[in-house]
Design a protein. Structure first.
Lengths: 289, 289
């Protein structure tokens, strides 16, 4: 989780090249690039690489592929989440969202193609360690599909009654858990011990995002704010109020850090997490953190 | 390609169980089941299993998983294709399409979850032959994503100028090629020699579908007819006229059959293809075939 997302962006760009070459329909190719570049904080792939590094990273190409795959699935979920039939969000990362720029059909297809791209990237990246692929495909499928992945989480948004814990775990926690578990698995380590670290970080991230929705200036975060209330989405920060939400965030981060399994660079990973959490908070709170 | 799709349906049902259990959001779970059951002719998975069988099928569970994965991706493409922003088709397999029954949000999510389910099914099915997984994931990604898979094909529909050959190859041919190649790969055979057989069959199938759009009674095929003209889609049967289209179909099938590589049950596979092609044709033509 270094401050630089440039290495991640290089991996993503290389992985996207084959999908968007001269043979590709130009509109959909442009929509894919728009969905992935320029990126946000790239927090999930940086987290995945940081865990892989903490586990010794014996297969750097595979660890890079895992990080990229997770980011592709994340980008896919943003594109579909912004669609008129979901959040109808016109702005993403400070620019027009994919459906505003390219139309709803290409936005649906871009999301589909990015999900596929995630799995393709895993298969292409496993060259020197093919025996690790079954676990990695299962992890990516689990965090993106039904019932415990992103699709499951978005599925809960369409239900009249939602369990907010199941919702947050599927919609945000699953991808963070896949990032930590996938990073470990790409290094040949057992992924399961890395689950709680990822899940807790995911809950912390979601709460920070809820706080941003409550407090932030839209130009600062590059997307509309106050949307959760408008859309009737569970927002823990709205529910708890600012002070309790901040206290809860502190606990979640402490729990996450305490859950980091024994590994080569545990202390380094801990301090990186602390730095990352400060970046996540709205400016006013991050100065206090 | 036996007349029975019951074995395929059992594999699909088992693969879908984990995704749609008690922990799943009920609406999305119901949408997934509606998208997959009852099925159409299941021609792609039956083709895939027939090729695996012709190659000796040393790993039946894996061959079943490949067949199911291909059908999941196919069902996903139908659900997204029927959406209001694409074909806006209210009818599929004689019943309301997914977005009509469950709304557009759940239709988008059902497609996403079915794509994921395809890859998950491969990973779960590779137990006894994990070394075959990288190739199988690449094949499934290639036939479903960008630039040469279904997403690429649908992407061409959004372009002002379309190369009809590239379009048909991506939208239909790719999944048929993945069925034959995946069937062979699941048996540990090199997939590449099986590509032309699948691609030609895919073109034949597309042409038969184009003929059905031109000639059929909508109640007989369970979806609207004459849609290609309304939607401005390339339709070779419209272009060639009925007689030339039938002659072209005969050539495509002959080419496909001639392209079947050497294998244990080549003759059996040939006669199965001939029987299958008769099933594909609109009733009037099939009596003549």
């Amino acid at each position: 989780m270094s401050d630089e997302s440039a290495p991640i962006d290089r991996i993503l760009a290389r992985a996207l090249e084959a999908a968007t070459g001269l043979d590709a329909p130009p509109g959909l190719a442009a929509a894919l690039r728009h969905a992935v570049f320029p990126g946000g904080a790239r927090i999930r792939p940086r987290l995945s690489l940081a865990v892989a590094e903490a586990c010794g990273m014996p297969h750097p190409a595979l660890s890079g592929a895992v990080a990229a795959a997770i980011e592709f699935v994340h980008c896919a979920s943003l594109v579909h989440d912004d669609l008129p039939c979901f959040d109808d969000s016109a702005l993403r990362r400070g620019r027009p969202s994919v459906h505003v720029q390219f139309g709803a059909p290409l936005a649906v297809l871009a999301g589909d193609a990015l999900i596929v791209q995630g799995f393709d990237t895993l298969a292409r990246g496993c060259g020197e360690a093919p025996h690790l692929l079954p676990k990695l495909v299962s992890l990516l499928a689990g965090c993106s599909g039904m019932p415990y992945g992103i699709a499951g989480g978005q599925g809960w948004e369409c239900e009249p009654r939602v369990d907010p814990v199941a919702y947050a775990r599927a919609k945000t926690g699953a991808l963070f858990a896949a990032a930590t578990m996938g990073g470990a698995a790409s290094a040949g380590e057992a992924p399961e011990p890395w689950r709680v670290f990822g899940e807790q970080l995911g809950l912390a991230y979601q709460l920070a995002d809820d706080l941003a929705d409550l407090l932030s200036d839209p130009t600062a975060i590059g997307k509309p704010v106050g949307r959760d209330r408008v859309l009737g989405r569970p927002n823990t920060a709205h529910l708890l109020g600012q002070d309790s939400a901040c206290a809860r965030l502190e606990t979640l981060v402490a729990d996450a850090v305490a859950a980091i399994p024994a590994c080569r660079n545990r202390e380094q990973l801990r301090s990186l997490v602390a730095a990352e959490v400060r970046r996540l908070l709205p400016p006013d709170l991050s100065r206090a953190a």
